[in-house]
Design a protein around this ligand. Structure first.
Ligand SMILES: CSC[C@@H](O)[C@@H](O)C(=O)COP(=O)(O)O
Ligand SMILES: [Zn+2]
Length: 204
């Protein structure tokens, strides 16, 4: 698929994310791999629910620099980390839903474990509700380079699949292309919603 088509799909995904309420204010950032060593990343500080193709900036994956001099996302270092760690990753979506923000604070461990849900099969490679899917959970940090280094370190010894949560911040997920990243996002958000409701009801 051409980069132009991938970018058109990414813009559509951004609008859908906005409609879901998963990118309030200027929260969230999105990108697509755009050839050898390059990605197109959303410009920092924009309303991600109303982006156009012109709001995406070319970024060098190795250096995180934008040759145009425009300012890509403050979280560029997390997108480029994912493209460096996973050569098969073609698109990255970062969102700020209420469920991912709250659940990531309630869960005190290093992963949110999802088990018993048929919708786990919305995640590529998952075939049964009986399996447990661990979504890695990292403490948030305003120092994105330090946060990226912590995630990279962790990924050397643990499996990092589908996405990760940042405590009190949100979800960053990815896929081979925009379509898969969008399915992972929708599946994970559905599962977070279920998990939130389950934890609330089981308390009462
Ligand atoms: C509402 S501010 C949130 C930002 O600090 C950040 O977390 C975010 O997701 C958006 O930053 P951006 O630089 O626009 O990509
Ligand atoms: Zn964010």
């Amino acid at each position: 698929m051409t980069v132009t088509l991938q970018l058109a799909q990414l813009v559509a995904a951004c609008h859908w994310i906005g409609q879901q309420g998963w990118a309030p204010a200027t929260g969230g950032n999105m990108s697509v791999r755009a050839g050898e060593g390059v990605c197109l990343l959303s410009e920092s500080g924009k309303d991600k629910g109303s982006l156009t193709a012109a709001d995406f900036i070319e970024v060098d994956i190795a250096s995180g620099q934008a040759p145009s001099g425009r300012k890509p996302s403050a979280e560029t270092g997390l997108h480029t980390l994912i493209y460096r760690l996973f050569p098969e990753a073609g698109a990255v979506l970062h969102t700020h839903s209420v469920n991912s923000t709250v659940l990531s604070r309630i869960e005190k461990g290093t992963a949110l474990r999802l088990q018993g849900y048929e919708m786990q099969k919305s995640l590529s490679g998952q075939t049964s509700h009986l399996d447990s899917v661990a979504i890695a959970l990292f403490d948030n940090d305003q120092d994105i380079a330090a946060l990226a280094a912590r995630i990279e370190d962790w990924a050397q010894t643990h499996s990092l699949r589908y996405g990760f949560l940042l405590r009190g911040h949100g979800l960053t997920c990815w896929g081979r292309d925009v379509q898969e990243a969008r399915r992972h996002l929708e599946g994970l958000e559905f599962l977070f919603n279920c998990e939130m409701q389950r934890r609330l009801l089981e308390r009462s």
